[in-house]
Design a protein around this ligand. Structure first.
Ligand code: KDG
Ligand code: MG
Length: 408
């Protein structure tokens, strides 16, 4: 069996999804997702110019050897672009493998450990009353786990992932007005004074049975994060996410020494080498890698296995950057993983997205379940794809009030 060709498509409803389709001489094709938020054209170019020409003629069933070829075979390894490209190829090869075997991918991983799995939704508000309304909306939709992000009183602009004003909705991660980013102003002191009380208020409102998650988005120093994690212990958070910049594995040690608040990190990690210390020293509680940025099913499975030895559960990244293809790849891992925790959920479900990526997988009442189709169980409609073009956008950048650049 041989790979005969591969194509890359960029575009989608409200997102620049990067979709890879690998064709074989037996007529079976596989699909992968290489979407890297706001750097999408780089992935298309990297795949088209470097990886696809190398793949032609390879046996698609050798997914391990092909993974090693693109990882070890590259002198300059890792990084989000390279790993998302390898991730897309790997997903497509598992899709092909499943279709060849006539089995859903989770069966090739070891079968189901659960029939469906828990999802968490996003709630955000420009102020606390608006956030509480948004939490109520998520609970009405059946979610029992909600990530809460709130505007900070007196902060000159919106803080991470919240609207500027109470009459706006949305996720506020990518601004599609162009490549030059909007500037957000961040003031740590105001955040630290406000957020613990806000989280306590949310707990009081929703009661003890709802999982509350909160994303600090890399904004605190290790000492500030340790103090914050300790202060919010009575809230009983499901997790505190990205308390410090993710490249500093040592930072998590200080937080751990001071607090028992569960810590989640890893959405920007690209390989096991970004989190092996965190896992082996049991400094975190949830690993947030995604199958796209962390090299596909083959590599993420290794991270999940290492984590399972150390009581660390999964909480894969599922921001709108991911297409239903990588969400499905994660779903197959989620029904299998003995150490599954929770899944972030933001993509499937809109009519336009379902038309582009037809699938019978179901997400309802805060749970997701998989249809038993061979492979990943998601298709890609090329006639729909022609409706969409690449749309340049940017994440905001963050500065302190004196102008100093800070972490987005
Ligand atoms: O592109 C950046 C987003 O993926 C990120 O801001 C989302 O932090 C995020 C989350 O937890 O979903
Ligand atoms: Mg996050």
């Amino acid at each position: 069996m041989k790979i005969t060709d591969a194509k890359v498509y960029v575009g989608g409803p409200g997102k620049n999804y990067v979709t890879l389709k690998i064709m074989t001489d037996e007529g079976i094709y596989g699909l992968g997702d290489a979407t890297l938020n706001n750097r999408e054209t780089l992935l298309a170019k990297y795949l088209q110019d470097y990886l696809i020409p190398n793949q032609i003629g390879m046996d698609p069933r050798k997914s391990e050897d092909i993974w090693q070829f693109f990882y070890r075979g590259a002198y300059f390894r890792r990084g989000p672009v390279a790993m998302a490209a390898i991730g897309a190829i790997d997903m497509a090869l598992w899709d092909i493998k499943g279709k060849l075997a006539g089995l859903p991918v989770y069966q090739l991983l070891g079968g189901k450990s659960r029939d469906s799995f828990k999802l968490y939704a996003h709630a955000a508000g420009a102020d606390l009353p608006a956030l509480l309304d948004d939490v109520a909306r998520c609970l009405d939709q059946g979610f029992r786990s909600v990530r809460v992000q709130c505007g900070i009183p007196g902060m000159p602009t919106a803080s991470y992932a919240v609207p500027e004003t109470t009459d706006h909705e949305g996720d506020f991660i990518t601004d599609f007005s162009g490549i030059r980013p909007k500037v957000e102003i961040w003031e740590t002191d105001k955040y630290l004074r406000f957020m613990p009380g806000a989280l306590a208020e949310i707990r009081k409102t929703v009661g003890p049975d709802i999982d509350i998650l909160h994303d600090v988005h890399h904004r605190l120093t290790p000492r500030e994060a340790a103090a914050f994690a300790k202060e919010v212990e009575p809230v009983g958070l499901y997790w505190l996410e990205d308390p410090t910049p993710a490249e500093d594995q040592e930072a998590l040690r200080l937080i751990r020494q001071h607090s028992t608040t569960p810590i989640a990190i890893g959405e920007v990690f690209n390989s096991i080498w970004d989190c092996n210390t965190l896992i082996e020293e049991e400094l975190i509680d949830f690993i947030r890698v995604s199958v796209t940025y962390a090299g596909g099913i083959t590599h993420v499975r290794r991270i999940v296995d290492l984590a399972s030895l150390h009581h660390i559960r999964t909480g894969f990244h599922g921001a709108p950057s991911h297409s239903p293809i990588s969400m499905a790849a994660q779903a197959h891992l989620n029904v299998w993983a003995p150490n599954f925790g929770i899944q972030e959920y933001l993509t499937l479900g809109t009519e336009a997205c379902d038309a582009l990526f037809p699938s019978k997988h179901k997400a309802e009442m805060g749970q997701m379940s998989l249809e038993d189709a061979p492979g990943l169980g998601v298709d890609f409609d090329e006639r729909e794809a022609v409706k969409y073009d690449y749309n340049p956008g940017s994440h905001p950048v963050v500065r302190l009030t004196d102008g100093t650049m800070w972490n987005y």
